[in-house]
Design a protein around this ligand. Structure first.
Ligand code: UDP
Length: 239
């Protein structure tokens, strides 16, 4: 597969066309930002760890019958994915209260949320990713009622699979963000699932092993991402 021109460069990933119009290459970079891009940095191997974690979780979900855009890994940081029509909704699933939820509402950090809370944000840098509901999503033409129903079902199914899988690796999943895309008649999971888009807490110590380490200067970001990679993709540490 040939990497052609760049289509889009986001905060942590760059997307390229390929010689196959149905496939794209998504490159995971070492850069990272937080607080709407106001805090910026780079961290060596961050792109590698995130790419490997995302690939493994996409494969896991695929095995469990959840369709994703994942195709294969072209290199340690380059993922081949299906070219999908991205739905401009950030789907946030919350199992334990943390982050903005505890700022906007009287939830205590660490409070269990059972059943999980699902939040839809409008994916728009211009508008600052505001929270939306189904009526706004439909009125803006972001998705149809049926698509929203399907997205909700998929997000909850993905959550159950991930919570169980991570629990076996002594990790809690307080919350995470998903993006979906249209591929033919189907809705498939797109974007990434990684330390940049999930909160991962060590189940024993409660320690953050995700982007919060960077957001709140909690310590060594690369060490935290490496630790999550060790638990999710131990095979990359074999040699
Ligand atoms: N998240 C993300 N991208 C966003 C917003 C949120 O990946 O643009 C993830 C974030 O990493 C966390 C979860 O979604 O795991 C919930 O984030 P929250 O709304 O609490 O925002 P924050 O507290 O990070 O501002």
């Amino acid at each position: 597969m040939k990497r052609l021109s760049e289509i889009y460069s986001g905060k942590a990933k760059t997307v390229f066309r390929t010689d196959n119009p149905e496939k794209l290459i998504m490159e995971f970079r070492d850069s990272l930002t937080a607080f709407d891009g106001r805090k910026k940095s780079t961290a060596p191997k961050k792109g590698y760890y995130n790419a490997q974690i995302a690939a493994k979780l996409f494969q896991l979900l695929g095995e469990k019958g959840v369709k994703t855009h994942f195709d294969s890994m072209l290199s340690k940081t380059e993922m081949v994915v299906d070219a999908v029509d991205i739905i401009k909704i950030e789907v946030i699933v919350r199992n334990i209260a943390a982050g903005s939820l505890t700022k906007k509402y009287p939830f205590k950090t660490g409070q269990k949320l059972d059943p999980p809370i699902l939040i839809f944000d409008y994916k728009s840098d211009e508008y600052g990713d505001p929270m939306i509901n189904d009526d706004i999503a439909i009125a803006l033409g972001l998705a149809t009622k049926d698509e929203l129903f399907r997205i909700r079902e998929l997000a909850l199914r993905i959550n159950s699979i991930l919570v169980e899988y991570l629990d076996e690796r002594n990790l809690l999943l307080p919350d995470f963000k998903l993006e979906f895309g249209r591929l033919g008649d189907e809705i498939v999971l797109a974007d990434e699932i990684s330390c940049d888009t999930c909160r991962f807490w060590d189940k024993t110590t409660g320690e953050s092993l995700d982007k919060d380490v960077f957001r709140f200067d909690k310590g060594d970001l690369v060490a935290a991402y490496r630790e999550v990679a060790r638990r999710i993709v131990p095979e990359i540490f074999a040699d």
